[in-house]
Design a protein around this ligand. Structure first.
Ligand SMILES: NC(=O)c1ccc[n+]([C@@H]2O[C@H](COP(=O)([O-])OP(=O)(O)OC[C@H]3O[C@@H](n4cnc5c(N)ncnc54)[C@H](O)[C@@H]3O)[C@@H](O)[C@H]2O)c1
Length: 435
């Protein structure tokens, strides 16, 4: 088909191989053609190519790939601190970009991406799939309806269980330099959800954070799970052989670059916190109380919006040691019912698939020709930047004990030129004179 987007996949770890490789081609083959794969680890790229079932050529160097394959879209799925370099090169080669979250990890890096987007006139989309979860979309509709009046505060608490939470401590995510810490790597989703729900920008953050379970807090440590003398006593032991997909993608390729999928979660040099709380003030005077915990017996989140006329509340289940409800229930609770129900229980079918069903819907939005964006779910570079900036501010506050104003870190993001732009990517690119 003529209008297929010729895309290159950069980074063939789990995320690149599944979400933007195998699954994208399985569901959107009519819209996209995979024309190149790039990864610094040639063996992982080869394994990924087999899993994706493609003949696309493999490159070890992004510049060579851009020059030879000339993709019109580059999808970036490498570790977070490498995104900026690849995004900027792709934009400068004339391609649009979809980058995995977080858009990047530092103020300098997000500035580079924003500057390059402006300079090249190309477009950056950020993969904020949680905006596309059915419960998130329903909450956004309820907030837009004005049912609970003006929002005054939000309670938002995210729980990672001992399997998923520990996974961030096995690999590069466990180093601030590579992930920006979980205030950036993971909370970028959550800060973005808040920015989108509230249709406003955070302007000040105070935070506390600490390492309480992993890293140097662990009782013992080993080189990696596979070779660990403590494997029988360690609650976090990961048996890679029990997961043939992960083993194929990471184990043999680790011989090339020493990147082990089953690194010890108790490594002494881990420098990110595992327990984080933040208070965030928004420009529209909403106060947010946020937390992120990484070793829970449950996986999911609680969120509640407190308004002048009532409250919207959700307990979103993902995994817990009791039966999963088939439906998620949003509670709409009125302060002054005046003949209307005091509480409405709004059932939303629990959606299968990654990220509460958000992954498929995000791909539809980006690739289906007739996709409508009535809720402004599609996220551009400004949204990517704002949620990273909030995470950078939270980490800084937790380390200095001081309140951090976001405009002090990156004044230009709060200047009129940026503020007058809608957060929707469609409007951002329209204002830059693009399609
Ligand atoms: N949107 C989501 O919900 C979601 C979910 C999971 C992961 N992610 C994001 O996806 C990205 C990848 O995550 P992952 O778990 O697959 O990581 P990974 O470490 O498993 O894979 C990254 C791959 O990038 C390659 N790589 C590293 N530096 C490179 C470079 N400079 N050029 C080319 N290749 C390079 C590595 O060899 C590896 O194959 C991360 O940014 C992560 O935050 C997003």
């Amino acid at each position: 088909m003529e209008n297929k987007r010729r895309f290159a996949l950069v980074g063939t770890g789990n995320r690149g191989t599944t979400m933007w490789g195998k699954d994208l081609l399985a569901g959107w083959r009519g819209q996209v053609d995979l024309v190149a794969i790039a990864d610094t680890n040639a063996l992982r790229a080869e394994r990924a190519r087999t899993m994706i079932a493609t003949n696309a050529p493999i490159y070890g160097n992004v510049d060579t790939m851009l020059a030879e394959a000339r993709p019109d879209l580059v999808i970036v799925c490498t570790p977070d601190s490498t995104h900026d370099d690849i995004v900027v090169r792709a934009l400068e080669a004339g391609a649009d970009v979809i980058t995995e979250k977080p858009m990047s990890t530092t103020v300098e890096k997000i500035r580079r991406i924003l500057d390059a987007e402006k300079r090249t006139g190309r477009r950056v989309d950020v993969s904020f799939n949680y905006r596309f979860a059915p419960t998130a979309a329903r909450i956004k509709e309820l907030l837009n309806s004005g049912e609970i009046g003006r929002i005054t505060s939000v309670d938002f608490h995210w729980y990672l269980d001992t399997r998923h939470g520990a996974d961030y401590f096995r690999r590069w995510h466990a180093y601030t330099e590579r992930s920006g810490s979980l205030f950036v790597h993971k909370a970028t989703h959550h800060f973005d959800l808040l920015n989108w729900y509230l249709d406003s920008d955070p302007d000040a953050v105070t935070a506390f954070a600490d390492l309480q379970m992993y890293g140097r807090k662990g009782p013992f440590r080993g080189p990696r799970c596979k070779l660990c003398p403590h494997k029988n006593e360690c609650d976090f032991y990961l048996d890679l052989e029990a997961d043939p997909f992960l083993e194929a993608l990471y184990e043999d390729p680790s011989e090339i670059d020493g990147y082990f999928r089953d690194g010890c979660v108790f490594r002494e040099d881990i420098d990110i916190p595992d327990t984080m709380v933040a208070n965030i003030h928004y420009r529209n005077n909403v106060h947010v109380s946020y937390s992120l915990n990484t070793f829970q017996p449950i996986e999911g989140h609680h969120i509640a919006f407190n308004g002048t006329k009532g409250r919207i509340e959700l307990r979103q289940y993902e995994d817990q040691p009791w039966e999963m409800p088939e439906e998620d229930v949003i509670l709409l609770i009125r302060n002054f019912p005046k003949g209307r129900p005091g509480v409405e229980r709004i059932a939303v079918q629990h959606s299968p698939g990654g990220h509460y069903g958000g992954d498929d819907r995000l791909r539809n939005m980006l690739f289906k020709p007739d996709a409508k964006d009535s809720l402004g779910q599609r996220a551009g570079a400004r949204a990517g930047a704002m949620s990273v900036l909030c995470g950078v501010a939270a980490l800084q506050s937790s380390r200095t004990g001081k309140l951090v104003r976001l405009a002090d870190l990156m004044p230009e993001l709060f200047e009129d030129e940026f503020c007058s732009l809608s957060r929707s990517a469609a409007q951002i690119s329209a204002s830059a004179g693009r399609q």
